[in-house]
Design a binder for this molecule. Structure first.
Ligand SMILES: NC(=O)c1ccc[n+]([C@@H]2O[C@H](COP(=O)([O-])OP(=O)(O)OC[C@H]3O[C@@H](n4cnc5c(N)ncnc54)[C@H](OP(=O)(O)O)[C@@H]3O)[C@@H](O)[C@H]2O)c1
Length: 259
């Protein structure tokens, strides 16, 4: 029987965040979410009876860059999952209607602020909270061609400092590739395209032609959002798991128990 957790999800209203809240609730854990707009407008995860999981989450409006907006809510929490991040600077999600907007009340969403500083701001406070012993960071694999190198370098900068907090908190760092779900329909054709591309790359001579192009790194499997969310709650539940988890690790840990 696993220990009950009180989970604090930074960005629980987002695409992956909602699935993490759902997976944690299915385990009977208490769940809090921090985001600038509070509860999500668009529900992307439902429980077994079809009800939005959102009803059972405590939604906190605040900003990960502003410790006074969340510090008191961390009391009693046992783990934090940080899911804030932008793939492109600016408000691209709003443009393509993919979920929450990525604008910030405390400045524009640069890679440095969104991918690195929000995580480090959370971790510096989290390490002072008694009983809070696990910090999960959603990083990314370097698989996307034509995306600014700062997307990955700011993720790696955050990872380095989070690993230094291991004297106080077990760091779990996930590096997924592209994530898809029927909850975000626009992600489905992209995942299907990636699957065809992977087959061509790994199983046909066409792969050789692409080996030395920026598209070579895209030959990695896309992950179902729900599998990534389960990998996170499974990893929190297993004290042996810590450090950096790549795509294959996420698939293996996520598929051992999908919730
Ligand atoms: N989607 C993918 O295919 C993919 C692939 C690899 C890695 N990743 C990484 O996975 C993570 C989750 O991605 P996602 O697609 O689920 O992102 P998302 O849908 O944009 O969700 C981001 C969440 O963070 C919240 N947020 C943003 N700025 C915040 C701040 N300053 N303080 C508190 N909350 C804040 C947002 O809510 P508010 O706007 O209300 O604040 C939202 O709930 C990201 O780190 C991303 O880089 C994603």
């Amino acid at each position: 029987m696993s220990a009950a957790q009180k989970l604090f999800v930074v960005g629980g209203s987002g695409f992956l965040g909602q699935a993490i809240c759902h997976s944690a609730l299915a385990r009977g854990w208490e769940v809090l979410s921090l985001s600038r707009h509070g509860a999500p407008k668009k529900v992307l995860a439902r429980d077994a009876s079809g009800n939005p999981s959102a009803d059972r989450v405590k939604w906190i409006r605040g900003d990960a860059l502003e410790p006074e907006s969340f510090r008191e809510h961390l009391a009693g929490c046992t783990a934090v999952v940080h899911t804030v991040g932008v793939l492109m600077e600016g408000d691209y999600k709003k443009m393509v209607n993919m979920g929450s907007a990525s604008r910030s009340s405390s400045g524009s969403a640069t890679y440095e602020r969104a991918n690195r500083d929000t995580a480090l701001s959370m971790a510096r406070v989290a390490r002072t909270i008694q009983g809070l012993d696990t910090f999960v960071y959603i990083s990314a694999s370097d698989v996307l061609p034509l995306v600014s190198s700062r997307y990955i370098s700011t993720k790696r900068e955050a990872e380095s400092e989070l690993l230094e907090h291991k004297d106080r908190m077990r760091p779990i760092i996930l590096r997924p590739g592209f994530m898809f779900s029927s909850a975000r329909p626009v992600s489905l054709p992209i995942a299907a395209g990636l699957s065809i591309y992977n087959t061509l790359y790994h199983r046909t001579p066409a792969g050789c032609l692409l080996k030395h192009t920026p598209f070579a790194k895209a030959a990695s499997p896309a992950l179902r959002r729900e599998v990534v969310a389960s990998a996170i709650t499974n990893a929190i539940d297993d004290p042996q798991i810590s450090g950096v988890l790549g795509i294959a690790d996420i698939e293996r840990i996520g598929n051992t128990r999908v919730l």
